[in-house]
Design a binder for this molecule. Sequence first.
Ligand SMILES: [Zn+2]
Length: 268
Amino acid sequence: MTSTSSRTRFVLLALLLLNAGSAFSSDKLIALTFDDGPRPYVLFGSKESPSRPSLINVLDGNGVTATFFVVGWRLTPNTWGERRAEENVGITCISAAEQLVRRGFELEDHTYSHIELRTAERKRGEQWVLDDVNRGAQAIKAITGTQPRYLRSPDWILPDDARRDLERQGYSVLSISSENPIARRDVNSLDYLCAGRNPVGCPKPSLVGSVLTQIARREKQGVYTHILAFHELSTTAAVMPELITTLKSRGYRFVTLSEYMRLLGAKP
Ligand SMILES: [Zn+2]
């Protein structure tokens, strides 16, 4: 063997190892998602309760990107949230959404009204459901300039005919259904059960513990890519540092939903 060919072999081997390394690191993926916003008091932190951290600061501080499934009615002028239930921190939802986009986060469609769509279709017909989703998309497009591609319906409820029509229109619909391939199926964090004054339904021993258990169960099936479904809640923002640190230490990388789907699609 000449020294040239052995050098070539060495270079090839090194390239192979490098490739294997990058393939491994890109294989462990998390698409972190938050529904129901924009809620400025969650994104930027509460003035009334300084112990509630700003979700944007938590994500930025950890170098983590995420996707926000926002509700269209919030993206109307002079709207900062639900008057009785949410704190006004002096930032409108539109301004919050603009800041999310500027910082590299992704906005996707969680309908305009956030009404449960099976009941809505029964009462008002399929077209109303399609319009509600598209109205949500228009509100997002006014901010991002692009049509959202992903829909997560409230509580994952969507009548079959509307789903088919929205998919035909170009939407990818997120779901928790076992009909969906597991890597594309949402991990339901149940974080909304940990909010409020009396969170008796919050998963035991903890929200983070229960999400990690769900991930471990998926890993046992050979799945190392996960879409985690959370909500824009102060209680959720508070546990994000622990979750992010743990998942990073296990070799997970955080990507937007589009990037997640792109990488999944690129897999053999
Ligand atoms: Zn929701």
